[in-house]
Write a protein that binds this ligand. Structure first.
Ligand code: B12
Ligand code: SF4
Ligand code: SF4
Length: 377
């Protein structure tokens, strides 16, 4: 889990007055909030806002989402449901949540590189996992908050994997609004933002929540290849290509494979079309800059060691060689030409049954599409 607790015994920013609602405490919590935000910006976060540690606004929406089974095999979502709707169950006496955003918008791939490489979601283009990039920064921010709070202040940071409804709290902290595609959008940066937060026992003056700005637009809903956005703000993860190619451990359902298209890891289709991205700015974070990927067929010849060496420190490592090659086969089945057949046929002898089965499917697809052969291998 990407999180860490920190406490600090040094006091340098604030006298430890008990929380009483007076002008003086309000002023103190405002000063502290300003100091914390300054720290966050100095550390390199693009966005920072503060909210209280009350239940998230859409807690009921989340419970309905679970009850509909939209989380699929992500059992951890249901298991930690109680904590997700009550931050004080994560950190006793939590008073405030400092929510941060990091811009990861980078240059698009050069024209013509896509057909052989497959498409990778933008957050995974770089050479280092964002959990680590953000984790380092969040650790420093949590330590700085403890320092401001003085003795007894406790803080806990998370990025992505913690039991928190991050986007909900982010909107309440004012750093963006949840779009119909369910992602957080900032009016100055668009939707290419990663979210993290520090829960703290410190009293910080909360910011005003952001309001919604989707209006009548529904581009993201219409563009989704699998119709996973079943209604505005409601995503059936079981249909989402991001879930199918990253979260799902086993076989990708056969009927959904053609819809995966050329997405080899994650999917950005609903994010790409959002008009708010006209305000996106290139991220200076070195670790997010795009690195070249070899042609898809090459991956099929890689053993465990080669796979690990190439993807070390990246989000791809999470789905392991077997998951990644499963995706490679599906994409080749969808967009590959006859030239991909030798590599796929060799993959029929792969040590992983999951890879073998998806390679057989891909061969069938290519044979039927390119050579007019209908029967299986
Ligand atoms: C589970 C999960 C997934 C699942 C499910 C996604 C989902 N929409 O729930 C899958 C695997 C599909 C997924 C995919 C992606 N994910 Co993801 N994921 C998460 C995770 C761990 C939990 C999300 C969650 O709580 N889902 C539960 C459901 C109910 O929440 P929800 O759909 O967001 O619904 C909320 C809103 O819709 C709102 N709501 C409900 N009704 C209404 C009505 C109105 C009017 C409004 C305004 C709001 C609203 O309330 C709900 C509860 O908060 C978070 C990290 C975290 N701890 O929060 C990252 C996170 C959401 N993922 C992230 C990313 C980057 C992605 C991908 C872009 C990756 C990719 N390119 O492949 C895709 C985007 C797909 C998409 N359209 O959402 C980022 C999003 C950053 C951002 N700017 O929003 C997060 C925040 C991680 C991070 N720390 O940065 N993800
Ligand atoms: S990430 Fe792709 S599959 Fe998932 S909701 Fe967006 S467009 Fe649909
Ligand atoms: S594409 Fe349109 S509807 Fe979808 S999130 Fe962006 S503004 Fe909202």
């Amino acid at each position: 889990m990407k999180s860490s607790a920190s406490t600090n015994s040094k006091r340098d920013c604030r006298a430890g007055a008990p929380p009483a609602i007076t002008d003086a405490t309000t002023a103190a919590s405002e000063t502290l909030a300003l100091q914390v935000k300054e720290k966050a910006r100095a550390i390199g976060f693009d966005l920072v806002g503060v909210t209280n540690a009350h239940a998230p606004r859409h807690a009921q929406g989340f419970q309905r989402w679970l009850a509909s089974g939209f989380h699929g095999e992500m059992g951890y979502m249901a298991k930690s449901a109680e904590k997700r709707i009550d931050p004080s169950k994560i950190l006793t006496d939590a008073r405030s949540v400092v929510v941060v955003g990091l811009n990861y918008f980078c240059e698009a791939p050069r024209e013509g590189t896509r057909p052989t490489a497959g498409r990778v979601a933008r957050y995974a283009w770089g050479g280092r996992d964002y959990h680590e990039v953000m984790g380092e920064k969040l650790g420093r921010l949590a330590a700085a908050i403890d320092e401001c709070g003085g003795p007894g202040t406790r803080s806990l940071w998370y990025v992505d994997t913690g039991p928190i409804l991050e986007r909900d709290l982010a909107q309440r902290a004012g750093i963006g609004f949840i779009g119909k595609h369910t992602n957080l959008i900032n009016r100055r940066l668009g939707n290419w933002i990663l979210v993290g937060e520090v829960l703290t026992t410190l009293d910080l003056l909360p910011d005003e929540p952001e309001r919604e700005y989707c209006g009548t637009c529904r581009r993201c809903i219409d563009v989704c290849p699998t119709r996973a956005i079943v209604a505005p703000y409601r995503l059936d993860a079981r249909l989402c290509i991001s879930y199918l190619t990253i979260e799902l451990k086993g076989a990708i359902p056969v009927e959904l494979r053609p819809l995966v298209g050329d997405h080899v890891f994650g999917c950005d289709d609903c994010l790409e079309v959002c008009p708010w991205n006209r305000f996106a700015k290139l991220s200076p974070v070195r670790e997010f800059q795009r690195r070249e990927m070899p042609p898809l067929t090459e991956f099929l010849s890689w053993d465990e060691r080669k796979f690990r060496d190439f993807f070390r420190g990246t989000p791809m490592l999470r789905i392991k060689r077997r998951g990644f090659l499963r995706n490679v086969c599906v994409v080749l089945g969808n967009i590959g030409e006859a030239a991909a057949l030798p590599a796929l046929k060799r993959a029929l002898a792969d040590p992983e049954p999951l890879v073998r089965e998806h390679a057989a499917w891909a061969i069938e697809q290519i044979q039927s599409r390119c050579l007019g052969i209908k029967s299986a291998v």
